[in-house]
Design a protein around this ligand. Structure first.
Ligand code: HGY
Ligand code: MN
Ligand code: MN
Length: 428
C-alpha cells in the first residue's frame, strides 16, 4: 500500500447530512416513507434539486444524457479518462432517504470538499445521478446505467411502457429531459472512464451485527426476476364447488411458497427470494381470481444452484397446473450474473478505510446496484455504510452521521489514491 495521501482532507459531515435531509423531503409521504419512483413528479423534483445544487456549487450546467442520467463534469487533465462517482436518486415506494441518495450526495460532498480546499486532481471528475435504478411500473430497473454500459439499445427501450397508465417509456423519459431516439449518444466509451466509485447503504444487517461502520464490496449478487402469469377461471366465490374451481390466486400462492421453500432449502446467506409484486384480477372478495400476476425476485451468486432452483420450479409449476387446472406462464425480466468488483478499486477503498483508522472489511452485496452495469465499462467498486438494524426499502431506513462520515472520508482517500495510481493507458 502506498503512503496515505492528503490524510488531513476530510469532508463536511454537517453539510452532507443537511443535503440528505433536504433531498429526503422530496417525495416524503404521510407515513414517513419516500415516494420517488421513475418518471414520477417527485423524480423530476429530485432531479431539479440535484441539478440546482450542483450548478450553485460547481458553477457549471448539469448535463442530462439521452436516458436522463444527470452529470456534472469537472475539469482535469484532458489526456486522462475521468473518475466517475455517484449513484441513483429514485426510490422504491415508501422507501428510505438513504438508498441511492446517499451515494449521489456523498460523491457531491467529496468533490465539493476538494473544490473548497483547492485540491485539483490529475483525472477529470464526473458526478452522476442515474435514472431508474429501482424496479418500477415500467418493469425495467437500473435503466440509466444499463444504457450507458450498452446493455440496452433504443430498440429495447421503446418496447417498455407503464404497466398501469400505458405511457411509453420514451415519453416519460422525455418528461425527465432525455430522448430515447438519441440513446446511442449516452453510451460511454471505456477509454473515457478510469474508474467508477459508488457509496451505498448496506441494506442488510451484517455491518450492524459486526459492529463495523463501513465495508468494501467484493461482488454484487446475481439477480433473477421473473413475471409469472397464473390463469384460471373467474367464478362465483359461493356457488362454485371447491373441486370445480380454477383459482388463479391460490395457485399463485402455492407457487410462491414453492419458490420460498426451494431457496430456503439451500440454507445459504448468498441466496434469497421473494414475491414482492402481486396483481389479483378481478380482485373482489366474492370472485374467484381468474388471473393473478406475480413478480419473483431471486438473489443468488452460484449459477449451478440457480439452475437447480429453476429446474425445481419447472416441476412445481407443472404439478400445480395439473392439480388446479390453471396455466402458469413465466417470463424472465432480469437475469443478471454475479458481478465481481475491480481489485484495483477494492484496494483503493481498503486503503481509504485504513487511512481513517477503520478495518479493511469486505462484504458481498445481496442488493443490486448500478455499479453492476458500470463494471462492464470500467474498474468499478463500492463502499457500504452500516444500515441500522439492517433495515432498508422502508421508512425505518437509517445510517448514522458518524458512519456516513467514515465512509465519505474513506471514499475521499480512495479517490486520491486512484488519482495518483491510475494512468489513462491502463484501460480495464
Ligand atoms: O433491489 C435492489 O437490490 C436494489 O436495492 N435496487
Ligand atoms: Mn434499492
Ligand atoms: Mn439503491
Amino acid at each position: 500500500m502506498s503512503k496515505p495521501t492528503n490524510k488531513n482532507v476530510t469532508i463536511h459531515i454537517k453539510r452532507l447530512m443537511h443535503n440528505i435531509e433536504q433531498l429526503g423531503k422530496i417525495g416524503l409521504n404521510k407515513d414517513g416513507g419516500i415516494d420517488r419512483v421513475l418518471c414520477s413528479d417527485t423524480d423530476l423534483e429530485a432531479r431539479n434539486w440535484i441539478s440546482r445544487y450542483w450548478e450553485q456549487v460547481f458553477l457549471k450546467k448539469t448535463r442530462v444524457d439521452p436516458i436522463a442520467n444527470l452529470w456534472m463534469d469537472l475539469e482535469g487533465d484532458r489526456n486522462l479518462p475521468a473518475i466517475v462517482m455517484g449513484s441513483h436518486h429514485d426510490a422504491v415506494p415508501c422507501g428510505g432517504r438513504f438508498d441511492g441518495a446517499l451515494g449521489v450526495l456523498m460523491a457531491t460532498e467529496i468533490v465539493e470538499t476538494l473544490k473548497d480546499r483547492r485540491i485539483r486532481l490529475r483525472h477529470p471528475l464526473s458526478l452522476v445521478s442515474f435514472t431508474g435504478e429501482e424496479p418500477n411500473p415500467f418493469n425495467i430497473s437500473t435503466v440509466g446505467s444499463k444504457v450507458i454500459a450498452g446493455r440496452l439499445t433504443k430498440e429495447d427501450l421503446h418496447k417498455y411502457s407503464h404497466r398501469e397508465t400505458k405511457e411509453l417509456l420514451g415519453d416519460a423519459i422525455k418528461r425527465m429531459g432525455g430522448n430515447l431516439d438519441l440513446a446511442e449518444n449516452a453510451l460511454i466509451n471505456k477509454k473515457n472512464v478510469a474508474a467508477f466509485l459508488e457509496c451505498h447503504i448496506e441494506q442488510g444487517d451484517k455491518l450492524d451485527k459486526s459492529g463495523l461502520a463501513i465495508a468494501t464490496v467484493t461482488k454484487i449478487t446475481g439477480i433473477y426476476r421473473e413475471k409469472i402469469t397464473v390463469s384460471g377461471e373467474a367464478n362465483h366465490a359461493g356457488t362454485t364447488m371447491m373441486n370445480s374451481r380454477k383459482d388463479a390466486y391460490l395457485a399463485a400462492c402455492e407457487y410462491s411458497l414453492a419458490i420460498e421453500k426451494a431457496v430456503k432449502n439451500l440454507n445459504s446467506d448468498e441466496a434469497t427470494a421473494t414475491v414482492g409484486f402481486v396483481k389479483v384480477e378481478p380482485n373482489e372478495a366474492n370472485i374467484i381470481s381468474g388471473k393473478t400476476t406475480l413478480i419473483m425476485d431471486m438473489r443468488i451468486s452460484d449459477k449451478v444452484r440457480k439452475a437447480g432452483i429453476l429446474h425445481k420450479l419447472d416441476r412445481e409449476a407443472a404439478i400445480i397446473e395439473g392439480q388446479r387446472k390453471v396455466t402458469i406462464q413465466r417470463e424472465v425480466i432480469l437475469d443478471q450474473e454475479c458481478i465481481p468488483m475491480s481489485d484495483t478499486v477494492i484496494n483503493a477503498f481498503d486503503h481509504g478505510a485504513v487511512c481513517i483508522g477503520e478495518p479493511a472489511a469486505h462484504l458481498v452485496s445481496m442488493a443490486g446496484h448500478d455499479a453492476a452495469n458500470i463494471s462492464m465499462i470500467t474498474r468499478t467498486g463500492m463502499i457500504f455504510v452500516k444500515s441500522v438494524n439492517g433495515k432498508s426499502h422502508c421508512k425505518e431506513e437509517l445510517s448514522y452521521p458518524e458512519d456516513i462520515e467514515k465512509a465519505a472520508n474513506a471514499m475521499l482517500q480512495a479517490l486520491l489514491y486512484l488519482d495518483k495510481e491510475l494512468d489513462g493507458n491502463d484501460i480495464i
